[in-house]
Design a protein around this ligand. Structure first.
Ligand SMILES: CC(C)(COP(=O)(O)OP(=O)(O)OC[C@H]1O[C@@H](n2cnc3c(N)ncnc32)[C@H](O)[C@@H]1O)[C@@H](O)C(=O)NCCC(=O)NCCS
Ligand SMILES: Nc1ncnc2c1ncn2[C@@H]1O[C@H](COP(=O)(O)OP(=O)(O)OP(=O)(O)O)[C@@H](O)[C@H]1O
Length: 201
């Protein structure tokens, strides 16, 4: 692929969506793995049919839609269930990511994925930007956003790459410990840099 692809990652609740929404406002195309992860289990998909065959009818509601909170509980309480859902969904997600990256049209393209480094999706990218916060901030912001227990967020953090390893793999790091204005200021500088790098490619 000749276009410049920025991989954007970070742990749960680090601010990936806040960062990518801001970059999107600058006219940059975003491919979001979390959005794709929802599409591949939408009603009527092969992905959802396999989930029902494995977990049973209790993970879907009366309309046939996946009850995500139920699956989340199963997946992050049971390592075998987590391994099973990952082996089902990660190839489907990867395939869609590649298709969307090929179609994206803008000065550069951002691939946002919580498991960018864990799943080797960084191989698709020219550069990796990590959104970084400490674990207390991850816990506080995720619990404020979702109705989810501290224990469950801790289990999700434990299922992701550890912070020092993530930071070591980054080309660029943005700290999101401050307020959103502070985040946007750091992103403004990087965006200008990415436009230059993309123009050189
Ligand atoms: C378990 C599910 C149904 C829970 O859905 P829910 O709507 O509650 O959460 P959502 O999808 O928004 O994910 C929230 C965050 O959890 C983390 N997370 C999700 N799945 C995983 C996973 N398999 N391993 C580690 N962390 C994960 C990410 O940081 C993500 O941003 C869902 O996360 C899922 O289908 N996960 C498997 C697919 C996957 O790996 N998605 C991540 C994108 S590649
Ligand atoms: N700098 C900030 N100050 C205060 N709140 C913030 C800041 N950045 C993000 N948030 C809030 O913290 C929560 C988590 O941010 P966001 O959803 O962007 O994280 P994420 O990395 O995309 O999470 P996930 O991995 O769960 O998809 C959101 O409710 C968001 O509005």
């Amino acid at each position: 692929m000749s276009r410049f692809i920025l991989g954007l990652t970070g742990g749960i609740g680090s601010g990936k969506s806040a960062a990518s929404n801001y970059i999107a406002e600058q006219g940059i195309a975003i491919v979001d793995a979390d959005v794709i992860a929802r599409d591949v289990v939408a009603p009527g998909t092969e992905g959802l049919a396999e989930i029902i065959a494995h977990f049973g009818d209790e993970v879907v509601d009366a309309s046939g839609a996946l009850i995500r909170s139920k699956l989340r509980q199963r997946v992050f309480e049971n390592p075998d269930d987590k391994a099973w859902i990952n082996q089902l969904l990660h190839p489907l997600i990867r395939e869609q990511i590649i298709a969307q990256l090929e179609q994206a049209q803008s000065a550069y393209v951002v691939l946002v994925a919580p498991l960018l480094l864990e799943n080797g999706l960084d191989a698709l990218c020219d550069r990796v930007l990590v959104i970084d916060v400490d674990e207390d901030t991850q816990l506080a912001r995720t619990q404020q956003r979702d109705s989810v227990s501290k224990q469950q967020v801790e289990a999700i953090i434990a299922a992701q790459i550890d912070r020092p390893t993530r930071l070591k793999k980054a080309d660029d790091v943005v700290s999101n410990q401050g307020d959103l204005r502070d985040l946007y200021q750091q992103l403004d500088r990087l965006h200008a840099h990415y436009l230059e790098l993309a123009a050189q490619k």
